[in-house]
Structure formats: structure tokens, C-alpha cells
Write a protein that binds this ligand. Structure first.
Ligand SMILES: Cc1cc2nc3c(=O)[nH]c(=O)nc-3n(C[C@H](O)[C@H](O)[C@H](O)COP(=O)(O)OP(=O)(O)OC[C@H]3O[C@@H](n4cnc5c(N)ncnc54)[C@H](O)[C@@H]3O)c2cc1C
Length: 433
């Protein structure tokens, strides 16, 4: 199908507008209740939950617990790290996304007692709940990397796009310098579950693209050290990425798990089945292991027999409801489900958890289920991306079948990332997508 730029733009904008329109017009009558609902975390999932619950329930006491004053639009970090957006692009305030009818306690949760049904905050306040929504996101475990400190970011070729907007901007400065000069570019991901597993791959592609544009690719080696035997968990996507990596001339090594960095010698140490291996870098994007926040790991909520070093919350993968504490749900990155650590997944998980909770209160059967939908626009160069969407079965589930081919490097998929995603994300925070 031939479609021109104008039509593509209209489609991208239309997609965002559709998401923005969301469920608002067909809203069901609010269910009366005096239930006490506590939401831990006011990020992507927590804000969306607060708004959807506030819209669906009449009289509920909704309390949000989160100490963070800044809301961070994390999908923007890659664009900041590629010099395409300023650091401020990802930053707004937590307050602007929360419903005014809800109470916001500006402290972190320090302890959860699911038997007593209470949460205690870092300031010592104890809040009782009838329902608990766990939406704390995850913890970037920088301390697990020997030799690393965030003070290194931006200096001597050390980048860390995941660390936040300011660090992403510093990473861009380091990448910009590197692609002027050439040398060894070294990329990898952690062996734990991680948010947006496409992001390490995207950043490798972007570095290559800048080196080519600046004419330094000939004096640049790019190595990707995969933590397992593949580059991406979905086999068909893995195959496509492997072909693109070959095509771009990346060296790929497998079963390399990052352990330590030596900024003086500019080397990274990996654990491999053959023992430790050291690889050199002139530029690297450090991505740490990811785990549930300590308050979750120190509580009875995680799985006992899965991800034991990571602590994700034990929920039914289709309802997001805790399997041992039925009045508790987990949504977003902290949920112990086999896929779904993306903002796009949050968009599909939140209505499921809300439907479960509201149906409990209304005394009816819930109907919504989550199928593992995960999406990551996989940037392959500036102006091109593949809109990868998949489910628990590793089946591709394209949102625009016949229009956007998931495994093709397209400009429209780039627009989805660069323009439409943020509008859709913001609508989601407001509970309208
Ligand atoms: C570099 C990068 C690129 C990405 N690209 C994409 C993309 O292209 N597409 C996509 O869909 N997704 C992408 N993501 C992933 C996406 O941003 C996350 O999956 C999403 O933000 C998860 O939402 P969340 O609410 O679970 O966590 P968050 O949005 O991180 O929010 C968690 C909140 O919980 C709070 N919290 C933490 N501990 C506590 C505590 N003890 N008590 C109370 N509150 C607490 C935090 O302060 C925070 O406000 C990307 C992420 C990164 C880092």
C-alpha cells in the first residue's frame, strides 16, 4: 500500500487522539462504595489507576503513597539520550496527573502488612486499606555493578540512559563525542527482567546511525553482549534483530552477564559460561539489574519460587490479582508476570485490575483480562522504527494490521514513538486510554 507522509502523520495523530478519547464518552454509572483503596506509586500505573478508580467509584477513599514530586515520562529517555529532545521533555509534576478527590501522601511506603491490611510510610503514618494497588515500578540496582557510580555518567565514555533525564542528557554528550572520534562501542542488558527490553537494542542502533552520519563508522567497532543465547525474548523479533545487527556490522557475543566496570582501564567484566571475560569500551550505555523495590522484596507479596533474586509481586497473569491476598493487585513493572514491563502494557493492565476491583464491590463478575500485551517501538535509526507488539504466547499482535508491518523499519513507527506515544501516555495517566 502506498501512503504519503501527510496520511501517515494523520494516522499517527489520529491514533493518539483515539487513545485520548478513550472510554470517557461511554462511561458506566459510578458504583457507590466507602471502600478504602491505597495505591502505592504515582508513576504511569499509579496515576492511571487513581483516575480510573476515581471515575468508576462514588465515595471511595483513594489514598496514593509516593514521595516522588516529579513525574518522569521514561520512554522519552531514549530520545533525550539520542540528542533529539531536551532533558525537560520527560519531566512533569506528579501532582498534575492525580485526581483532586484523592489524597496524596508524599512519602514512600516502608512496610506492607497484608494480614493486618495496612501500609506504613517512611514518615511513620499507618494507613489501613480494603484494597491495595501495588504500582511502585522497579528499582534500578546500580549498586550491583562493581566499580560503578552514577557520578561516572557523562565522563570518559560512560553513559546510563536508564538513570533519568539528566543522566540521559549526559549520555548523549558522551555518545556525541564518541561518534565524532570513533573507537569501541560496547552495549549490553542485565540478566534480570527489565523494563522496555528493546531500549538497549535501540540505543545500539542509534549509536551506529550517528557514527554513519558523521562518517566515523569505519573507525568504530560496535559490540553487543547479550545476556542469554538470544538478543530478544520473542523468537521472530530476535531473528529480525539478529539480521539487522549482522547487516549493520555489529559484533555480537552471547551469554555475557555484566558484572563490573573499570572506568580507569575502560573495560567491562562479564560472567560467561567459560568464566569471566573483559571487553574494552570507549563508549558504553550501562544498564543495571532491575528488581522490585525493597518494600516489596521485604514483604510477603513476592513469588516464593520464581524470580527469587528480583521479588516481583505474585499475581495471576490474566487478572493482576494477588494469588494469596485477593484484595491486593499489582500493575506495571512490579507485577510478577512473564511479560509486560512497558508503559504500553500498563495501558492494558490498569483496566483489568480496575474491572476486578469494581466488580468485587458491585457484586458482579469481572470480564476484562490481560493477555500479556507488550509493546516497544524498536528504533533502528533516527527516523525509522519497528512497532513491535506481542503477547504472552510470543505472538505478534499488531495494532494496525495491514497498515504498519511490525517487522519493517518504518517512518510511521518512528512517529508513533516520537509523537503519538507521549500523547497516548498522557491520556493513559488521566485514565482516558
Ligand atoms: C529508557 C527507557 C525507555 C523506555 N521506553 C519505553 C517505550 O518505548 N514504550 C513503553 O511502553 N515503555 C517504555 N519504557 C518503560 C516504561 O516507562 C515503564 O514500563 C513504565 O513507566 C512502568 O510504569 P510503573 O507505574 O510500573 O512504574 P513507574 O512509572 O516507574 O512509577 C513507579 C512509581 O512508584 C514510586 N515508588 C517507588 N518505590 C515506592 C515506595 N516504596 N512507595 C511508594 N511509591 C514508590 C516511584 O517513585 C514512581 O513514581 C521505557 C523505560 C525506560 C527506562
Amino acid at each position: 500500500m502506498q501512503t504519503n507522509r501527510r496520511q501517515f502523520l494523520g494516522l499517527a495523530a489520529g491514533g493518539a487522539a483515539l487513545a485520548a478519547a478513550g472510554t470517557g464518552s461511554a462511561r458506566a454509572a459510578r458504583v457507590p462504595t466507602n471502600a478504602r483503596i491505597v495505591i502505592l506509586g504515582a508513576g504511569a500505573a499509579g496515576s492511571a489507576l487513581a483516575n480510573q478508580l476515581n471515575d468508576a467509584l462514588d465515595g471511595a477513599k483513594i489514598t496514593i503513597v509516593d514521595e516522588r514530586k516529579r513525574h518522569l515520562y521514561q520512554p522519552g529517555f531514549t530520545l533525550i539520550g539520542a540528542g533529539l529532545k531536551p532533558a525537560g521533555y520527560s519531566v512533569s509534576t506528579t501532582a498534575e496527573w492525580l485526581p483532586s478527590a484523592a489524597e496524596w501522601i508524599e512519602e514512600a511506603a516502608a512496610e506492607i502488612d497484608p494480614e493486618a491490611r495496612t501500609v506504613t510510610t517512611t514518615g511513620g503514618t499507618t494507613v489501613a486499606y480494603d484494597y491495595l494497588m501495588v504500582a511502585t515500578g522497579l528499582k534500578l540496582d546500580w549498586d550491583a555493578i562493581e566499580g560503578f557510580s552514577l557520578d561516572l555518567v557523562g565522563k570518559d565514555g560512560v553513559g546510563a540512559v536508564y538513570a533519568g533525564p539528566d543522566y540521559a542528557a549526559k549520555t548523549w554528550q558522551a555518545m556525541d563525542r564518541f561518534t565524532e572520534e570513533g573507537g569501541e562501542g560496547l552495549f549490553f542488558r542485565p540478566a534480570t527482567e527489565m523494563k522496555c527490553a528493546g531500549a538497549p537494542l535501540k540505543y545500539t542502533f542509534l549509536t551506529d546511525d550517528y557514527a554513519r552520519k558523521k562518517g566515523t563508522r569505519g573507525k568504530t567497532n560496535i559490540t553487543y553482549a547479550a545476556h542469554s543465547g538470544s538478543l530478544f525474548g520473542v523468537p521472530i523479533v530476535n531473528e529480525k534483530v539478529r539480521m539487522l545487527y549482522d547487516d549493520r556490522g555489529f559484533e555480537t557475543v552471547y551469554n555475557h552477564v555484566m558484572k563490573a566496570i573499570d572506568p580507569g582501564r575502560k573495560t567491562v567484566t562479564f560472567e560467561t559460561p567459560e568464566g569471566e571475560a573483559e571487553l574494552p569500551y570507549d563508549f558504553t550505555n550501562v544498564i543495571p539489574p532491575m528488581r522490585a523495590p525493597d518494600v516489596i522484596r521485604n514483604s510477603p507479596l513476592p513469588w516464593a519460587d520464581r524470580w527469587t533474586d528480583q521479588g516481583w509481586v505474585e499475581v495471576d497473569p490474566h487478572t493482576m490479582r494477588h494469588t494469596r491476598f485477593p484484595e491486593i493487585f499489582a500493575v506495571g513493572d512490579v507485577a510478577g508476570v512473564p511479560k509486560g514491563k512497558t508503559a504500553a502494557s500498563v495501558k492494558w493492565q490498569v483496566p483489568v485490575a480496575v474491572d476486578q476491583l469494581v466488580s468485587d464491590i458491585a457484586g458482579r463478575d469481572a470480564t476484562e483480562t490481560y493477555n500479556g500485551y507488550t509493546s516497544c517501538p524498536l528504533i533502528t535509526r533516527v527516523g525509522r522504527a519497528m512497532l513491535i507488539e506481542f503477547d504472552y504466547n510470543n505472538d505478534l499482535v499488531p495494532s494496525f494490521p495491514g497498515i504498519i508491518a511490525p517487522l519493517e523499519e518504518l517512518w510511521i513507527s518512528w512517529l508513533m514513538k516520537e509523537i503519538a506515544l507521549k500523547a497516548t501516555y498522557n491520556a493513559m495517566l488521566r485514565g482516558r486510554a
